[in-house]
Design a protein around this ligand. Sequence first.
Ligand SMILES: Nc1ncnc2c1ncn2[C@@H]1O[C@H](COP(=O)(O)OP(=O)(O)OP(=O)(O)O)[C@@H](O)[C@H]1O
Length: 598
Amino acid sequence: MRGATPMVTAATAGITRPHHLVGFGRNVLVGGLALTCHRGYATLPEGAHDVGKLVLSATEKIGLGDNQFAAGGFQLALLGGILAGIRVLGSYALEYLKKRVVVTAEFDSRDESYSWILNWLSDHPYSKTATQFSVSTTIARGAQKINGEGGDSAVSATYFLPAPGLHFFWFKKRLLWLYRERVRPNGSSVATSGAAVENISISTLGRSRVLIQSLIMEAQLKFIDRDKSRTVIFQADQYGAWRRTKSRPKRPLDTIVMDAKLKNYIIDDAKDFFASESWYAERGLPFRRGLLLYGSPGTGKTSFIHALAGELGLNIYVVNLSSKNLSDDTLSELVSDTPSRCLLLIEDVDAAFIQRESKDAATGITFSGLLNAIDGVSAQEGRMLCMTTNHLDRLDEALIRPGRVDVRARFGKATQSQAQELFVKFFPQPVSTDDLTSKPTTAMKKTEALDDGVSGSESHMSGSIDASPISLPPSPKSAINLARQQTEMLAAQFAKAIPDQVFSIAQLQGFLMGYKKTPELAVKHVEEFVRLAGSVEVSGTAKIGHDDNDNENKGEKIQQDTQEDPEKQYYWEGGEEQQKERQKFREEKECERRASLK
Ligand SMILES: Nc1ncnc2c1ncn2[C@@H]1O[C@H](COP(=O)(O)OP(=O)(O)OP(=O)(O)O)[C@@H](O)[C@H]1O
């Protein structure tokens, strides 16, 4: 067979074959790859000739030299193996080389560090000039959104980030490159929409990690810095891990209307606690503190905890006991996973156990599970447990015993002085020199009259706007530009009309929201609001409720007097007439403002 088969010879192919390849070339032809292999081989670099020799001698050694088909197949397999080996080795070699000359840091969107990098990148000059960029209103990680922050403004915050792909940028006068890619998790489709996971890798030439580490540190500090003036809220996700859900600007304590002594007591107690770690350690006491806030809905329990967290510079970890994903184990894990200094907040602590009594309740935690989680051996030290409830009487004594709850505070409905304080905080007007030098307004005169014992209630509701005792003279400023003194007088009038401890601050705040820019009108309509609150249901701005919990409260009296269903919810908007009146009032004020500008 040898020598008889070749259809294309070296001569016909026009190739001069080195003499040592003759046999190999013939067999390759027999193997069926004829010219391709042959030519390809002939153009191989010098080192590859040795591979040819190797294949040839291997073929002859195993005695396949005479069987052209077997020899051809064997040679092809061997060649393929060698080439694959070279490829693998090549990639290892490349990888090795890369490790020697390139430093790379990788960030995964499931980790918090990813948010640091995105935040850092969004501020980097490159992101501001990159031609391929992505726009985002959030800095998103796999399972969570970071933002909704800065949401006070009408336009939401926007981040410009390098788009997925390769980017080059400078940092500390060194060239870095960044590769951003999106990977959909295995097994998820668009329909099931498993959130895409993102990766970012940042690389630079060299062997030292210092540069990239300093970039990461800078990014982390920047991120922490941005949180300094905010309170970050964490919540448990469905896997029982803490997820940062949002951050809010710190709420100043003085925005909370409550008994000043109680406020100071709780703040001092909390500050004292966080400063006493060694005191607890010396006495072998677990370094934990429990705070229970109870009272009617809308009295400021949650708001106070947010303000407290802001004051102490701590973040809030919120547990929702009604969550169906929560089991005793996950709760225990969550509690032990809280950082050592934080507020752990359990809202409506009674709710989970009430629901458990109903048939379809499916919450996974047990009462003993809750007790173990909050003060078991694995519970984190250094955290302050804050619980809120509307129904103190529904709580098991074991839950609120000293050691679990160290401070209990009742949040009551608004007293008259709190209503006054709320009004002043709601309309915080700067003292303008114009206002101070202006003649006393009708409103001031009216308040003086009230102080003299003249009832203002009739005049509040009667007369046209012009004749209204609280209408203001033309002012160079807008209708809301009242001097503080005037605001305080209006506040006093407002408070006088509010029955003591009947309405929650949330209810009063809701009512005032209807008069954001017209405090005079709020005063004018407050009596009507109080009167209608217990007797009429109208839809609108301020939702007002009735505390069926508090026997002493006069809201109940109003309800009973008017024979209304105590479960009923009431809303305030004012009748059509009042709305017209309000509109007219606004128009007049606008005319006055324009006139004053001329
Ligand atoms: N004492 C208060 N001082 C200032 N704002 C208050 C006060 N009470 C209620 N508010 C306002 O009313 C709204 C509801 O308050 P918040 O959620 O704190 O009440 P809560 O007592 O926690 O109610 P719930 O028991 O229903 O959870 C918030 O907008 C808050 O600003």
